[in-house]
Ligand binder design. Structure first.
Ligand code: KIV
Ligand code: ZN
Length: 525
């Protein structure tokens, strides 16, 4: 590589895979529009590389990677591909419009993966590595090669494959801890070993990619950097397969806060971390655990008397970083029904939203409707409202009205009117409780065979007039789809969440060629 200055050497490249490894985990499916929104924020916040998807996986993945490639302003746009020429060529086509693009191609190298998953001998895998990198280099000069299950790969073989991949033209070498099995010391030693034994080690940038099965993904990633890796693959909120991937926000803030022992830099604007966390949580409908480092709602809360006393005297007694440094705004009473459009737009900007046109108008109408029902409107209320506006902007099924009869004198019943692709249809259903009655009514109007996997209710703020935020997860054909709905009425929020998940199923089907996707609505009202 060209000669580097000291600061180049300490610069850690942040490779975000929220839209690929993150989105691929059960229930985290995002719509096309949500992916574009997340990519735009990642680009704005200074992520170096956005892995936008796996183009061969579906028409939907291809379309999202392709559109993100067209829109990205700063980040390198990367697509994932397996070793086959067809995969690699499809990936190249998807990322082509980007100003700067990368093909990330991977192959398993561990004994267990080669034997059972690939059913290939090591010498065949070795030849495939050379062929896949060579093919990818025919499309772009930025090629990353990953040794899948690298941490369980036999060292001699890993060294040979890495050397061959670099010789074939790979500019980044990733050593994934695919199954989240390694420990910081072991991962450090692995990179150290590669540095010692791979003769062309300095001709490529080395990368970490850690899964969190034993809760060590972030620690392992940082250990890899200490041993010479200069790229970290990670996701917002740590979403990803099984226990997830290394969390981007934790990596960035560990480097910022403990720069004395982690003397590196990243290009990420940390004040956008909270916004990114909320956007990804809203788009995937994956809730962030309350005590999650950096972005959990309790991350900066001090409940005990002793801690509060210390905080009042000097915040440094119990705070190692300020909430403002990661973009947390103090919860404030923002507005009520007399607040005007100008104040609303100002508040949106303060919260990091950029709405325009119809989306802004619709959000303002929703805000006014909410202010009529709820005296005090907090930042969290506005965020729930706008996130819902963004998530539902392209929905094909919308709720028009809902009346529920509940209480001790069953049966509970729901009368529901939906707008299904512009047509208003009404039905009435009974059920074992009001939520069951509503879901039965939706089933009657939109007879899809989806199974309800999860139903959860949270209060957005405090007080008995707080908005309820309901999460619903539906599964169809082995894939899960989660959505949220917010409303001061828990039953309306339930209907919105259920419809949100159904809309996601439809949006996914819409992007699969040859799949019938008409909504077979039945007017039983
Ligand atoms: O975990 C893993 O090994 C991966 C590879 C495709 C990089 O996600
Ligand atoms: Zn992974």
């Amino acid at each position: 590589m060209a000669s580097q200055t000291q600061s180049d050497k300490d610069r850690v490249v942040i490779f975000d895979t929220t839209l690929r490894d993150g989105e691929q985990c059960p229930g985290a499916t995002m719509t096309h529009e949500e992916k574009l929104e997340v990519a735009e924020l990642l680009d704005t916040m200074g992520v170096d590389i956005i892995e936008a998807g796996f183009p061969i996986a579906s028409e939907g993945d291809f379309a999202a990677v392709n559109e993100i490639a067209k829109r990205a302003k700063n980040a390198v746009i990367c697509g994932l591909s397996r070793a086959s020429p067809k995969d690699i060529d499809r990936c190249a086509e998807a990322i082509r419009p980007a100003k700067r693009n990368r093909i990330h191609t991977f192959l398993s190298t561990s004994p267990v993966h080669m034997k059972w998953k690939l059913q290939k001998e090591p010498h065949e895998v070795y030849e495939m590595v050379i062929a896949q990198v060579t093919r990818a280099r025919g499309h772009t000069d930025d090629v990353e090669w990953s040794a899948e299950d690298g941490t369980r790969t036999e060292h001699d073989f890993l060294c040979r494959c890495v050397e061959a991949a670099i010789k074939a033209g790979a500019t980044t070498i990733n050593i994934p801890d695919t199954v989240g099995y390694t420990t910081p010391d072991e991962y450090f030693a692995l990179f150290h070993m590669l540095r010692e034994r791979v003769p062309n080690f300095d001709k490529a940038r080395f990368s970490t990619h850690c899964h969190n099965d034993l809760g060590m993904a972030v620690a392992n990633s940082l250990a890899g950097v200490k041993a010479g890796a200069r790229q970290i693959e990670c996701t917002i909120n740590g979403i990803g397969e099984r226990a997830g991937n290394a969390a981007l926000e934790e990596i960035v803030m560990a480097i910022v806060t403990r720069n004395d022992v982690l003397p590196y830099t990243t290009g990420v604007n940390a004040t956008l971390l909270t916004r990114a966390s909320k956007l990804v949580a809203a788009a995937t409908s994956f809730p962030v655990q309350y005590n999650k480092a950096i972005v959990g709602r309790n991350a900066f809360a001090h409940e005990s008397g002793i801690h509060q006393d210390g905080m009042l005297k000097n915040a440094q007694t119990y705070e190692i970083m300020t909430p403002e440094s990661v973009g947390v705004k103090q919860t404030s009473l923002v507005m009520g029904k007399h607040s005007g459009r100008h104040a609303f737009v100002h508040k949106l900007e303060e919260l990091g939203y950029q709405l325009a046109g119809n989306q802004l108008e619709d959000a303002f109408v929703r805000f006014k409707a909410l202010a009529d029902k709820k005296k005090q409107i907090y930042d969290e209320d506005i965020e729930a409202l706008v996130d819902e506006e963004i998530a539902t902007a392209h929905d094909r099924i919308k709720i028009i009205s809902l009346t529920v009869i509940a209480g001790t004198m069953g049966p509970q019943s729901a009368t529901l009117t939906l707008d299904i692709e512009g047509k208003h249809i009404t039905t009435q259903s009974t059920g074992n409780g009001p939520v069951d009655a509503i879901f039965n009514a939706i089933h009657a109007l939109v007879p899809y065979q989806a199974k309800l996997e999860l139903y959860q209710v949270h209060a957005v703020t405090e007080g008995t007039d707080a908005q309820a935020e309901v999460s619903v997860r539906l599964s169809e054909n082995g894939r899960s789809y989660t959505a949220k709905g917010a409303d001061p009425d828990t039953l309306v929020a339930s209907a919105k969440a259920y419809l949100g998940a159904l809309n996601k199923i439809m949006s996914k089907r819409n992007r699969m060629p040859g799949v019938e996707n008409r909504i077979h609505s039945t007017d039983v009202g």
